[in-house]
Design a protein around this ligand. Structure first.
Ligand SMILES: Cc1cc2nc3c(=O)[nH]c(=O)nc-3n(C[C@H](O)[C@H](O)[C@H](O)COP(=O)(O)OP(=O)(O)OC[C@H]3O[C@@H](n4cnc5c(N)ncnc54)[C@H](O)[C@@H]3O)c2cc1C
Length: 309
């Protein structure tokens, strides 16, 4: 049911299948779609004590098949942007692929790596998303963030963001990103375009596209290890390993796909098997990149606790 509260759109018992790239069937008790910063802040204030969950493109999320009780706020309508000289400032919900194309159009170099990442800007900053040796932190200048604890909007500079491999301060503090500003470099349009094309081709055989439901890399690459997470999992003979409709992708073992009716329990069971086998064979504890959201079953709770420790 669609409703409107202070003109902010919201739905009760909302199906989340189309709001996560893994296409897990899950239901949010309430789902909100703010149109702008003001509406998002209004919702964050209203739900201060209900642990609201802000999502972008849902490309790094595992929603619980048992549903989500907390209010879920989707930023996908907050996508305005402005380009001044070499700087681009944009709202949290814009897709980073749109920013990559915008930069190409404006002959600005530095966002070529974003062309294949199906993220919103908010999600990309939260995760410090990266590829091809670059990450969102590279060209970052500052962000406008709502501090849920202090109930106010603050500006964070790059040095405040605590960026590292798939990490930012947004994971540590109750901060919700409203918009962010980047400085790029002038470039030749044909060079920018050919780098973007190269990046797209590179991904083609190494990553499933979104027609095969998935949530990107399951595990971070371990530090100080000559092998990637995918290679370690492969060495444990888990290529194609399947429980229910959840399968370790046959082309690259750090991706797990939904073959139709995947449940979050099956997903957790599969990634726990990946984690356990790598630990047993190499004594390496892989760390999941994916974020779990919602009501965990007992099995999920027990396994997730081990996976995230
Ligand atoms: C096919 C595929 C390819 C991928 N390739 C890459 C890759 O090359 N490199 C890479 O790094 N990742 C990759 N990913 C993973 C994913 O795209 C990134 O982790 C991305 O940063 C997630 O962005 P999102 O908007 O989808 O965030 P979501 O999945 O919606 O959310 C992720 C987390 O960010 C938080 N969040 C979202 N918006 C905000 C906000 N405004 N303020 C505060 N917190 C917020 C959410 O609460 C959640 O905890 C890939 C995923 C897929 C499916």
């Amino acid at each position: 049911m669609i409703c409107s509260q202070n003109d902010i759109k919201f739905y009760n018992d909302f199906q989340l299948t189309n709001y996560n790239t893994l296409k897990i069937k899950s239901t949010a008790k309430s789902f909100y779609i703010p149109d702008n910063d003001g509406e998002l802040v209004t919702l964050l204030k209203k739900f201060k004590n209900s642990n609201p969950i802000v999502i972008g493109n849902g490309s790094n999320i595992l929603f619980s098949s048992k549903g989500v009780d907390e209010p879920v706020i989707y930023t996908g309508k907050m996508k305005s942007h402005i380009v001044i000289g070499n700087t681009i400032e944009a709202q949290a919900g814009i897709k980073v692929q749109t920013l990559s194309k915008l930069a190409l159009d404006k002959k600005l170099s530095g966002f070529e790596f974003l062309i294949g990442i199906p993220a919103s800007l908010g999600g990309a900053c939260y995760m410090n998303a990266g590829a091809h040796g670059n990450s969102i932190s590279d060209n970052f200048i500052s962000a406008k963030v709502y501090d849920m604890e202090k109930n106010k909007i603050i500006t964070l500079k790059k040095e405040d963001m605590d960026f590292s491999y798939r990490h930012s301060i947004l994971k540590e503090k109750p901060y919700i990103l409203l918009s962010a500003k980047f400085e790029l470099k002038k470039g030749l349009q044909e060079d920018i375009k050919s780098k973007m094309d190269e990046n797209i081709i590179f991904r083609k055989n190494r990553q499933p596209n979104l027609s095969i439901p998935n949530a990107g890399s399951v595990f971070k690459n371990p530090e100080n290890c000559e092998f990637s997470a995918g290679a370690l999992i492969d060495k444990c003979n888990l290529r194609g390993f399947q429980i229910g409709d959840v399968q370790v992708w046959k082309n690259h073992c750090n991706f797990v796909i939904n073959k139709g009716n995947a449940t979050s329990d099956d997903y957790i069971n599969v990634i726990f098997e990946m984690y356990s086998r790598v630990k047993e064979k190499f004594n390496i504890e892989l760390t999941p990149e994916i974020i779990y959201i919602g009501n965990m079953s007992r099995n999920e709770k027990e396994k997730w606790k081990i996976l995230k420790k």
